[in-house]
Design a protein around this ligand. Sequence first.
Ligand SMILES: Cc1cc2nc3c(=O)[nH]c(=O)nc-3n(C[C@H](O)[C@H](O)[C@H](O)COP(=O)(O)OP(=O)(O)OC[C@H]3O[C@@H](n4cnc5c(N)ncnc54)[C@H](O)[C@@H]3O)c2cc1C
Length: 396
Amino acid sequence: MSDAERAGAWTNWSGAIACRPAAVLHPRDDAEIAAVLARAAAAGQCVRPVGSGHSSSALCATDGVLLALDHCTGIERFDPSSGRVTVRGGTVLHDLGHALRRHGLALANLGDIDRQTVAGAIATGTHGTGRALGNLSSQVVALRLVSADGAMRDVGADAPELLAAARVSLGALGIVSAVTLQALPAYRLHERTERISLTDVVARFASEAAAHRHFECFYFPRHGFAEAKALDPTTAEPASVAGVEGERIGWSHEILPSVREQKFHEMEYAVPEDAGVACFEALAARLRARHPAVAWPLEIRTVAADDAWLSPAYGRATCAISVHQDGRKPHEDLFADLEPIFWEHGGRPHWGKWHRCDAKRLAGRHPRLADFAALRERLDPDGRLLNAHLRALLVG
Ligand SMILES: Cc1cc2nc3c(=O)[nH]c(=O)nc-3n(C[C@H](O)[C@H](O)[C@H](O)COP(=O)(O)OP(=O)(O)OC[C@H]3O[C@@H](n4cnc5c(N)ncnc54)[C@H](O)[C@@H]3O)c2cc1C
């Protein structure tokens, strides 16, 4: 290892997760990824792939090798007839959105931001909102996996079980060096935002979520109101709503993501869709009663069911509910006080956000967790890709 490769401290986006890896390495292709894995194995080091570091659970923390694909970016292949695009794993979603637009295409959905890498976003089941829209991993039709022993696998429709496991893999099955996504023809969205009461959220959420392509609410318990946001496809020009308060029109990759400059901590659970509003109400009540100083919002979104083994929306239509806290303020006690409400409502944690789950707690919640753990063991019997956080989730 050269001095240039020797790393200092690494922290995630929020600053809450820190580690001191022995090295942060930036391979340029699959052969270099395999070489990093082989060298680390020979040195007895753990390897953790990292994307943009936007996860706030300890998925990437390691004192071994942090493997970043920031030199493995861009579109590898594009098939105009099918709208399928193969993109290298380290590509940032923001860059992908602009590149797809140049081909007249767009992703079916995005989350709240577009700063994540493609491989990092799918690995945790990152999602946006939309009752008929699955998380980003549900747009994946194939991927390329470099497993711990350096073997390269093209995983596609001919290996449906492996694909369903590898789409949301927490970086535990190997390094995802490329992802093939099913894109859509580029589309414009019309955004309408309005301020509503908690009573309105409770009364209207289900019908509004059914009526719009995207619908979400941010409730601010300290201030007693919610911001509701509805987005629908349109062919209208942006100028048609210029000057209209709370409305705008633009291409999907411009309208869907927000810019989040202020750091925050976040806990999110995926609960069955029909338990979503009750869970949201219970969280709002506890926030108001016990944590009146919290100024950050409680958020509720919808995600369609999918079949990726570790997807929080596996097999069930979902409401994703998030609690936020200022990044400069303590969050552990707040989240620990609210988390049982999610468990009581059948919640599954967002893998990339704060939670206190382990294999035992998750066993009854994730029907394919044991299958995933067994597959992981087969692909990486020496646990080269495991850190302490993943051991607790996948080994127990
Ligand atoms: C401001 C903000 C807004 C967010 N908004 C949303 C949202 O709207 N919806 C939502 O669902 N989530 C959201 N998140 C969470 C975020 O989308 C996820 O944590 C996502 O996984 C982060 O992507 P990343 O590229 O930063 O990956 P990292 O956080 O760096 O890594 C995430 C996981 O991917 C693995 N990984 C990374 N690269 C590879 C690779 N090449 N091969 C294999 N595994 C790999 C890592 O090992 C790790 O397990 C948000 C987070 C922040 C900070």
